[in-house]
Design a protein around this ligand. Structure first.
Ligand code: GUN
Length: 291
């Protein structure tokens, strides 16, 4: 059976390291890092993710500021809030939870965030710094994937890493990190890729970040592969109190027996994204204070 890449455990280790650093700051009489979160509208999944981020802030001793706006807020008003947070010296970093309502441009809002406070690592400056010697704030989810592999000593150098899903949030920056830091040979698959299985069958490390349950089946995975599942989709499950469960992109039960390492969903990449967000907030704090 494969080794489980236990994101929940590793995220817990990272949170302990951050807590210790926060305690040092407090011992020196300094304030704790303060993360602001903007959420627009009432999407249930987004609120669940944001609640997880708030709980994580509390668990490491960070302060947090939650700003919830109705889905009817204008783009101009939202931009004004972003500008205010950019200028607010009590806020070290902030995120705008996605998705946003259709009438608001994600690109415009994201690019308006000061890169020093962009703790999702979404701005062009932070994104571009992945391939720079002077790395700034790293995109949170792909950094979480890289860190999870590092902490399990999973080698990436000279390995063939196949990533399914070329999104701006995960697949595209992960491809750059895998090549630049991981020294892997990278194949980036997307919705125009023909014969997906041909590519995935050649993967030493297979990462799926699409959001389509059961996209990756046993026949698509090489024996001994490392499989990282970034997908988290809510699927109806009447046996649960909530009425749903989270499903990854990978058909876990059939794929796991073939793998050397595999992430569970939930408890794999999800907690690592939150741990990365906390790391980035601490980094943003430290770059803006001489702590
Ligand atoms: N929506 C889904 N994932 C993310 C994330 O990592 N950051 C933000 N801001 N929104 C998201």
């Amino acid at each position: 059976m494969p080794t489980l890449l236990d994101g929940k455990k590793i995220a817990g280790d990272i949170k302990s390291e951050i807590s210790a650093r926060v305690q040092q700051l407090k011992d020196k009489g300094l304030r704790a890092p303060n993360l602001a979160i903007i959420i627009v509208g009432d999407d249930g999944a987004s609120h669940t993710y944001v609640n997880g981020k708030i709980a994580a802030c509390k668990s490491v001793g960070f302060d947090f500021t939650l700003m919830h706006f109705a889905s009817t807020i204008s783009e101009a008003k939202l931009m004004k809030h972003v500008e205010n947070l950019n200028e607010d010296e009590d806020i070290d970093g902030f995120i705008v939870q996605l998705p946003l309502p259709e009438h608001i441009s994600v690109e415009k809002v994201t690019e308006a965030i000061r890169s020093e406070k962009d703790v999702d690592g979404f701005t062009n400056q932070n994104f571009g710094s992945i391939v720079s010697k002077n790395q700034l704030i790293m995109p949170a989810t792909p950094w979480g994937v890289m860190e999870l592999l590092r902490r399990y000593d999973v080698p990436t150098e000279s390995r063939h890493c196949v990533i399914v899903g070329a999104s701006r949030l995960v697949g595209a920056p992960l491809a750059m990190m895998m090549s630049e830091e991981g020294h892997a040979t990278v194949t980036l698959c997307h919705k125009y890729t023909e014969n997906l299985a041909y590519h995935t069958q050649n993967a030493d490390i297979l990462v799926s970040a699409v959001g389509k349950p059961d996209l990756i089946t046993e026949d698509m995975v090489k024996e001994g592969a490392v499989v990282v599942d970034v997908g988290t989709t809510r699927v109806e499950d009447k046996s649960r109190k909530t009425g749903f469960r989270l499903s990854g992109d990978v058909n876990y039960d059939s794929v796991a027996p073939k793998c050397s390492f595999i992430t569970p969903v939930p408890g794999g990449v999800g907690p690592m994204t939150i741990a990365s967000l906390l790391m980035n907030t601490l980094k943003a704090y430290e770059s803006q204070h001489s702590a």
